[in-house]
Design a protein around this ligand. Structure first.
Ligand code: SAM
Ligand code: F3S
Length: 478
């Protein structure tokens, strides 16, 4: 029986992506099967995040729990990867000497060797170097599950915002060669992928080398990706305002496959704080980007990241952020209390906003953002949305799980008679996502899974929309 690996991931989409790569690599090298049950695992891996202190502390409480498993099963291999590993390195062993592998975001491809060495030498192995160029060359072919896929096109960040550890833990910006990315996506499309999300810590800083020695930016890459047969939808995440070039903005006019949704972190609506954070742009420059995008795509949905309680944040700074959120009408966004990170320039500033006040401000800000996104959802009721159907709705899946104990009932729940979708069609509650990232549940034929359909929105709830099948993917509503 093949051995099993359990991977726990903290943090961003890049970490989720890296974890899926770790699973692919270990399957390839040691035939390790991914398990969702840590008690069944022979290898336990933690992919960590150090962007905020809380995320970092979670690492050690998780390791504490795993220590007990290792006490019962001494052969268990425990590994720590990601940004905490990159930042702390050997220091992790001081708090948790039972950890066998420590590897950074740039050395996860070396896991098989580290794993073998740890077993052979019976000694913890550490590799947190930054050999970026190798990483992408050592990845096995991605496993495709369904019609959506993430493709990492660049790594790291060279922006050095004063509060952020990422440039230190993931290294400077490094882009994958243009031809490699296009070839990978063509391969995914050939295996049924219809929607790709191009990933990078600063994805719009992409500058990939082409085979003739030129450099391609994100706009050019997306032109090529959109021309690949089968690719019908393109997303990218996450971006920096400084890199919203003219060519990238113009892409929204030229690439219909590019979604009308942009996640563009701003952090604060105060110009004084933007400057102190070294974001290197003003609120007016951000406004101008949004204005130009909305000239091309009037309904483009904007989302962002916000930090509250950055050193020196006054009531007026906070009010400026709240006003900016209302002015841009941001949709679902991410927001955080400022967390001082060792080694960053902001760590030298006085962390002078009391925690209570930070939390109060965060609650107000999140309330506004939720109100706005609820309003946007409500306004979508009655509209027809194009969605990529990704599978059964969560409710339907739950019913199926329950009814798995009762075969008669399973038949009744799974396949109601299809109405209006052809004689003998088998219908279920299906789920998919709109361009602005809302989950839509609707009743439809199983055959629709993995295709784009038009759905009329009939109701808005806090975490999802309800819809009715409107037309298949060949019927345009534009
Ligand atoms: N590349 C993105 C950008 O253009 O800003 C951000 C990537 S960062 C890993 C994700 C988010 O974490 C940031 O946008 C910021 O809101 C938040 N973040 C980073 N450092 C933080 C800190 N020290 N305290 C609180 N939030 C932080
Ligand atoms: Fe961090 Fe700023 Fe880069 S938030 S990831 S240093 S753009």
């Amino acid at each position: 029986m093949s051995k099993k690996v359990f991977i726990k991931t903290f943090g961003c989409a890049m970490n989720e992506y890296d974890s899926s790569k770790m699973a692919d690599i270990l399957k390839d090298s040691h035939d390790l099967e991914l398990t969702q049950d840590e008690a069944q695992a022979d290898v336990l891996l933690l992919n960590t995040c150090s962007v905020r202190e809380k995320a970092q502390e979670k690492v050690f409480s998780q390791l504490g729990r795993w220590r007990k498993l290792k006490a019962k099963q001494p052969e268990l291999v425990i590994g720590v990867g990601g940004c905490v590993a990159s930042q702390e390195g050997e220091a992790i062993l001081k708090r948790a000497n039972y950890v066998d592998l420590i590897f950074g975001p740039q050395t996860l491809h070396r896991l098989p060797q580290l794993f073998d060495q740890a077993i052979k030498e019976k000694k913890s192995q550490i590799d947190i170097s930054f050999p970026e160029i190798e990483k992408f060359d050592h990845m096995p072919e991605a496993r495709v599950e369904g019609a959506t896929a993430y493709v990492s096109i660049m790594e790291g960040c060279s922006k050095y915002c004063t509060f952020c550890v990422v440039p230190y833990t993931r290294g400077e910006e490094f882009s994958r060669p243009f031809d490699d990315v296009v070839a990978e996506i063509a391969g995914l499309a050939a295996r049924g992928v219809k929607e790709v999300t191009l990933l990078g810590q600063n994805v719009n800083a992409y500058r990939g080398e082409t085979h003739d020695g030129d450099t391609a930016d994100l706009a050019l890459l997306m032109h090529y990706v959109s021309a690949i047969d089968g690719i019908e939808r393109i997303r990218y995440s996450t971006s920096h305002p400084l890199e919203m070039s003219d060519s990238l903005i113009q892409s929204y006019a030229e690439i219909p496959e590019l979604v009308s949704h942009l996640h563009l972190p701003i952090q604060t609506g105060s110009n004084a704080l933007l400057q102190s954070m070294k974001r290197r742009h003003t609120t007016d420059e951000y406004r101008d980007i949004v204005r130009r995008l909305r000239e091309i795509r009037p309904n483009i949905s904007m989302s962002s990241d916000f930090i509250v309680g950055y050193p020196g944040e006054t009531e007026q700074d906070f009010k400026d952020t709240m006003d900016f959120i209302a002015e841009i009408n941001f949709d679902h966004s991410y927001s955080f209390v400022y967390s001082q990170r060792p080694g960053t320039p902001a760590a030298d500033l006085d962390d002078d906003v009391p925690l209570d006040l930070k939390k109060q401000r965060l609650a107000l800000l999140q309330q506004r953002l939720s109100q706005q996104s609820a309003d946007i959802s409500r306004k979508m009721v009655g509209s027809v949305q194009r969605i990529l159907v990704t599978g059964l709705s969560p409710k339907q899946k739950k019913q199926l799980d329950l009814s798995a104990y009762d075969t008669d009932k399973a038949v009744a729940v799974d396949f109601d008679a299809g109405a209006g979708m052809g004689a003998g069609a088998k219908n279920s509650q299906l789920t998919g996502r709109t361009e602005n990232n809302r989950v839509v549940n609707f009743t439809g034929n199983h055959d629709l899974i993995g295709t784009f359909v038009n759905v009329k929105i009939t109701a808005a709830f806090s975490n999802s929309l309800q819809g009715e099948f409107y037309s298949g993917h060949n019927h345009s509503i534009a």
